[in-house]
Ligand binder design. Structure first.
Ligand code: FHN
Length: 455
């Protein structure tokens, strides 16, 4: 073990009520909204085919012109209730909103910069409005905060000399004050989601990331902090130099998910975040983004995959510059939510199904009471799946969620192997079967070893 002052604060996952609540949520709504939502990936009449929130960098927009966008951020169509309704439609149990992204613009009236929502025409406290609307619907609110800040004069990517160290120390002080401010203004926030922490300057200041976590937890008991905030004494990120998770859950899966058979990830709490278009977090109006929107069943597949591996899924929305949600994203949310309304028993509060091998046709999930669900997201051309039970279990019943039929659409192929006929219900999207099993009587016969696979 390496002696670390700023490494992980625990060896085992958190088990307190706030953590268990977060773990059970499984589905969250991410929101990227800021000045970049106004140009929405287009500058001077030309589409810039890159993530919309990177527009000022990619299109090399002069700082003054970027800041002038604040005058157009009028919130003409912003309605916190409408956003929260979209989260309800999605079936999200929590929401994470960008309080400050890399361009430095703050969605709250910060005392430590002029570049904030309070200095836009409406001057509205949108974070307060959002918290009220979401919490009224039973949805937890978390804050995204970018440590990286392209605008702040003291931000440094690397620390080359004494002057850099001095400036960056001022920057860290500024960011700490902003975080204290957020915690004081919005004490019901349930978690902080940090980003922009990958530069050498931050990695060289692991103590600060540790101090931020400590400060937030002292001010808001139970608050969650993602691993992306953290660096240890030696600059290791997410996982400290002794292999232990820093923060409360691992947040390294961004626009990618673990392999479906990689059960090792289930040993930790984790969350994956995902865009609806291929690669933009902020709203991008061009065909580069709009022609790549995910199908609702792709999203369901990802939710099921994350749940089956013990992780949460945070689906990003990019509201438009006027404050309205993009209709195509609302439509996707609604379709996913309709599926969850029928099949949510297999997702909320569920996790890895110990002993059930990953099936090629989808996923197994397991509730806290041990109920196992078979989620069929990849239908074989035969319209049938093979259901392999763990050794020692007997199948008693299969119940198709959302169906009143008591028909048992399976037959035994071998000892613990069953074939399930999927039937006509397929058109309604991924099917979920609740399995009822019992222990087998008599000696347990193990699966035949596969001679092509080496253990
Ligand atoms: O650069 C950002 C990006 O804009 C977005 O905020 C995502 C969300 O996870 N995080 C960063 C890249 O890691």
């Amino acid at each position: 073990m390496i002696e670390l002052k700023y490494g992980a604060s625990r060896v085992e996952p958190r088990q307190d009520a706030a953590m268990q609540r977060f773990r059970g949520h499984r589905v969250g709504q991410f929101i990227h909204w800021g000045l970049y939502s106004l140009p929405a990936g287009r500058w001077e009449g030309k589409d810039v085919d890159f993530a919309a929130e990177f527009l000022p960098r990619v299109a090399k927009i002069p700082q003054q012109r970027w800041e002038a966008l604040a005058n157009d951020f009028t919130l003409a169509d912003f309605d916190a209730g409408q956003w929260a309704d979209t989260a309800v439609a999605l079936g999200a149990r929590y929401m994470t909103i960008t309080t400050k992204h890399h361009d430095g613009f703050c969605l709250w009236p910060s005392a430590y910069t002029d570049f904030h929502m309070g200095n836009t025409p409406s001057g509205r406290d949108v974070l307060a409005e959002l918290i009220e609307a979401y919490e009224a619907r039973g949805i937890d609110v978390n804050f995204y905060y970018s440590v990286l800040d392209w605008r702040h004069p003291d931000w440094r990517f690397t620390l080359e000399n004494d002057a850099d160290h001095t400036a960056f120390a001022r920057y860290l002080d500024f960011a700490m004050k902003q975080l204290e401010e957020l915690a004081a203004r919005y004490p019901s926030v349930k978690g902080f989601w940090f980003d922009g922490t990958w530069d050498q300057s931050v990695k060289a200041n692991g103590w600060w990331t540790w101090e931020v976590e400590r400060m937030l937890k002292e001010r808001i008991p139970g608050v969650m902090v993602n691993s992306r905030l953290r660096a240890d004494d030696l600059g290791a990120r997410h996982i400290d130099s002794n292999g232990l998770l820093m923060g409360d859950y691992e947040s390294g899966y961004e626009r990618r998910l673990p392999e479906p058979w990689d059960h090792s990830v289930a040993a930790r709490d984790w969350e994956a975040c995902m865009t609806i278009p291929q690669a933009s977090w902020g709203y991008h109006q061009g065909p580069w983004a709009q022609s790549t929107l995910k199908h609702p069943w792709d999203v369901v597949d990802m939710i099921a995959r994350c749940t089956s591996l013990g992780g949460n899924f945070l689906l990003n929305f990019g509201p438009r510059g006027d404050g309205s949600m993009a209709p195509a994203e609302v439509e996707i949310a609604t379709r996913v939510g309709e599926w969850l309304a029928v099949n949510g028993d297999a997702i909320y509060g569920c996790g890895f199904a110990e002993g059930w091998d990953h099936p090629g046709w989808g996923y197994f999930t397991c509730s806290t009471n041990g109920d196992v669900f078979a989620i069929v997201t990849r239908v074989p051309v035969s319209g049938r799946i093979r259901l392999q039970l763990p050794a020692g279990l007997e199948l008693v019943e299969l119940r198709l969620l959302g169906s009143a039929s008591s028909e048992q659409p399976y037959k035994r192929l071998a000892d613990s192997l069953f074939e399930v006929e999927l039937g006509a219900a397929l058109s309604t999207g991924p099917l979920v079967f609740a399995t009822e099993t019992c222990a087998k009587a008599g000696p347990v016969s193990r699966k035949e070893p596969n001679p092509d696979v080496l253990d």
